[in-house]
Design a protein around this ligand. Structure first.
Ligand code: AMP
Length: 314
């Protein structure tokens, strides 16, 4: 890895080879990332940004791969954003390992890693923020008031700082993706938002930095989220269109495994309105607690899904 200012991987000369070797430049100061991103864009034509909270896993790294397909240069941000955590949430204990993240980013050919401190990102107490609007009160927003305002505010700051052509987000955080797209449209931001498929472990569990909180027994229970979504898709494919029946099937599947269901909703993929009769593009979104860990997952009812590859046991 290359520390800011050490010059070993100067912006403008691609340090990362096609085989993914080489070090990304690490920038920790917001004031320095703007010129660094601008130089990358000038050199390589286009820039993609992959915003993350770090503790990288394959789900994040596939976003990087997608970003590389779309743009000449790739920036990855690593920032555990305090303003999107509630007072009883895991901001302090959220897993962090910058050295490991830098190695993983290097192996995937990331050009620039932006990893600011909270003090650098918020030198003033944040009094001017993005109001995420009514879509933020649904689904995860019901149990996480203020979460999406915090997310959109930091995403807006990152987009302003790095000015990427493309921002790549995972469909794992489905409501977040919908809200980021909505912000881009409503606030006329000049960036394309790319949604990338959910990456799963072999048993079907959606990868997450928080999966490390799970014991072996809890991992088994956690798989019931993806199992429930597979069953919902199967029932839809067999002709069931009533959303409440599909929701009930998912709820029963998770509860039978021992998960504490927070919500199950079949929603329109843009408005997030709950649907009555489901069409193929409707999304079944679920959230549940397994032990003390809160997990989310989702799948469209029709079409291809990463669930199709997952060999989840019944
Ligand atoms: P996070 O670090 O959890 O804030 O996630 C950063 C980005 O990675 C977000 O756009 C997430 O949706 C995406 N992401 C996290 N886990 C996965 C996954 N299993 N598959 C696809 N994208 C993911």
């Amino acid at each position: 890895m290359t520390l800011e200012g050490s010059g070993a991987a100067a912006i403008g000369s691609r340090a990362t080879g096609a085989d993914g070797s080489g070090a990304p430049r690490l920038v920790r100061e917001p004031a320095k990332v703007r010129p660094a991103a601008r130089a990358l864009r000038r050199e390589h034509g286009t820039l993609a940004l992959v915003p993350t909270m770090g503790f990288l896993h394959e789900g994040h790294l596939r976003l990087v791969d997608r970003a590389r397909e779309l743009c000449g240069a790739v920036a990855l941000s690593i920032f555990v954003n305090p303003t999107q955590f509630g007072p009883d949430e895991d901001f302090e204990t959220y897993p962090r390992n910058l050295d490991r993240d830098l190695d993983l980013a290097a192996a995937r050919g990331v050009d620039l890693v932006f990893a600011p401190s909270p003090e650098a990102m918020y030198p003033l107490p944040p009094t001017i923020t993005v109001d995420a609007g009514p879509l933020a009160d649904r689904l995860c927003g019901r149990s996480r008031p203020g979460h999406f305002g915090g997310v959109l505010t930091v995403v807006l700051k990152l987009l302003h700082l790095l000015q990427p052509d493309v921002g790549v987000f995972g469909r794992k955080d489905f409501q977040q993706l919908v809200l980021v797209r909505r912000m881009v449209r409503e606030l006329d931001l000049d960036v394309h938002i790319e949604g990338a498929p959910i990456v799963r472990e072999s048993g079907g569990l959606a990868m997450s930095s928080r999966n490390g909180y799970l014991s072996d027994a809890e991992r088994e229970v956690a798989r019931s989220l993806s199992v429930s979504l597979r069953r919902v898709r199967e029932r839809f494919a067999a002709g069931e269109r009533r959303a409440d029946e599909l929701e009930e099937l998912a709820r029963r599947t998770m509860e039978a495994a021992g998960a504490e269901v927070e919500y199950v909703r079949v929603v329109d993929p843009e408005s997030l309105d709950r649907v009555g009769e489901a069409e193929a593009d409707a999304v079944c979104a679920v959230a549940a607690r397994v032990g003390t860990t809160r997990l989310i997952d989702n799948a469209a009812l029709g079409g291809p899904s990463s669930l199709d590859q997952a060999a989840a046991p019944r």
